[in-house]
Design a protein. Sequence first.
Length: 115
Amino acid sequence: VQLQASGGGLVQPGGSLTLSCAASGIRFWLSAMNWYRQAPGKQRELVAGITRSSSTNYADSVKGRFTISRDNAKNTVALQMNSLKPEDTAVYYCNAQTYSGVSYWGQGTLVTVSS
């Protein structure tokens, strides 16, 4: 199983980034996909999730700014992040929850929001 996250980088406050996660080795269309993040000195937290039927949920801190989407034909999940704030700075992790209840993690991609 591989979850390859990409798209992180340095962005100014108010800017945008799109993260992408390519999955292999799982039945992607049967899996719920999530983005988590972990800021320095803080616990990992759920940012956004999308079910296999494409229902979405978001952390209160990102509602209205972030959008999660999935492409079952390409086995990818994306996180569009707009109006970024310094407090969004973190390592972002892609997570897959398979239909059998197994959880897989990607390697993380760093997002830094700074002027």
